[in-house]
Design a protein. Structure first.
Length: 99
């Protein structure tokens, strides 16, 4: 139902922390980021990074990295020290170098 609010159940928030991310410019944003992957998708320092969290779980801290023409190529869960990376796509020539 559009406009429905479910207070106490789902209060996810996304905050844009960078609109010009490139590896090596910000040590905090580089944490857990595979350098080669970031350099492949952000060679022009033009990636967007968001911080996703929920007021219901203040300890949770996840970053999502978006590349032009591709979308999300990396999710970094800083709380659990884990990453989830894109392994296949066919929307951009950059995708050909994925593992």
């Amino acid at each position: 139902m559009p406009g429905t609010v479910s207070i106490g159940n789902a209060e996810d928030v996304a905050e844009v922390v960078s609109i010009g991310y490139g590896y090596g410019q910000d040590p905090e944003l580089d944490q857990l980021v595979p350098q080669a992957l970031a350099e492949q998708y952000c060679p022009n320092d033009d990636c967007v990074v968001t911080r996703d969290f929920s007021p219901l779980d203040p300890e949770a801290d996840e970053r999502k990295y978006y590349a032009p023409g591709v979308g999300v190529f990396l999710e970094v869960n800083r709380t659990e020290q884990a990453i989830n990376q894109l392994v296949g796509c066919n929307v951009d020539a950059k995708c050909s170098a994925l593992p």
